[in-house]
Design a protein around this ligand. Structure first.
Ligand code: ZN
Length: 302
């Protein structure tokens, strides 16, 4: 696909670079923010690659988090600073550090290593720069404010672009799939706290990396956010229903609560396991399920 065929949308100082297939994975929507002094590119996806020659000079990269699809065009910008939240920063230092974010078991880990390099052009950086919640990037007449929103990864952050009143939500993508917390550096309950905090977010425009792309108006955002958050409760309720009989984690993973049975992908079993293990842990802690035999769980009666 050529750059001409890819759609852009300009809002004030921001250009949304819509990804191929409406930003469906492995693609995604990136953001170009042009200030009087600097131009920043946020989350350079695979779809940035065919646009390369159409882009203005980029002064720095800003990453919502350290995941393969968000850094897929970083390799084109190796002479400018890359910025990650402090807690995701270690992931970009080497391929081994990047793999720790996922925590995949072998043989998936070795397969994934190849995918990161061959499909997502992973290049390490030892001098990437960290940021924290509340940090502000001043581009000259435009500011990008960091809001730390952990859960998807430890360092996941969203960016509020002022004065254009646009927030870039990264992988809090408001999709019907729902929140993704299936890796070593993911955390279900941190994600839930993040979703709660985002209910108070005030902006006019909301951009996501995948699918939804761009929403206008806080009402539209809140409606999507509620639906997105409800997927977590739905997974947990379906799990409780499944545990009216004693089941092991293997049986839970086999049943599929996060993915559908027809979904394919080398990472699915690992992500399903990590996701649902967090639900099992929570339900055990709350006394809503019990371990009735070694590794066998059943819903607590009455
Ligand atoms: Zn991600």
């Amino acid at each position: 696909m050529s750059a001409v065929e890819l759609e852009d949308r300009k809002i004030g100082h921001v250009t949304v670079l819509f990804g191929e297939r409406t930003g469906k994975y492995p693609h995604g929507n990136s953001l170009l923010v042009r200030g009087a002094g600097e131009t920043i590119l946020i989350d350079p996806s695979l779809s940035v690659i065919p646009r390369r020659d159409a882009l203005p000079p980029i002064d720095r990269l800003l990453l919502s988090h350290c995941h393969e699809d968000h850094i897929a065009a970083n390799f084109l910008f190796q002479d400018v600073p890359w910025h990650f939240h402090d807690e995701d920063l270690p992931g970009i230092r080497s391929l081994e550090d990047m793999l720790a974010i996922y925590g995949f078991p072998e043989p998936l880990r070795s397969l994934w290593k190849g995918v990161l390099v061959e499909q997502f052009h992973f290049v390490p950086s030892s001098d990437a720069v960290g940021f924290r919640d509340g940090d502000v990037f001043d581009l000259g007449q435009v500011r990008i404010r960091v809001i730390h929103t952990p859960g998807h990864t430890r360092g996941h952050s969203v960016f509020l672009v002022e004065p254009d009143d646009l927030v870039y939500l990264g992988d809090i993508d408001l999709s019907s799939f729902g929140p993704y917390y299936g890796e070593a550096w993911s955390d279900l309950e941190a994600f839930e706290r993040t979703l709660e905090e985002l209910r108070h977010l005030q902006a006019r425009w909301y951009a996501t990396f995948h699918h939804v792309g761009l929403l206008e108006g806080r009402e539209a955002f809140l409606a999507r956010l509620e639906r997105f958050a409800a997927v977590i409760r739905d997974r947990e309720e379906r799990l409780l229903g499944f545990l009216t009989e004693p089941r092991t984690l293997d049986e839970i993973v086999e049943h599929r609560f996060v993915f559908r049975r027809k979904d394919g992908g080398i990472h699915i079993e690992s992500v399903e396991r990590r996701s649902m293990a967090q639900h099992v842990d929570r339900l055990l802690r709350e006394g809503r399920i019990r371990e009735v035999s070694p590794g066998g769980y059943r819903a607590a009666s009455g």
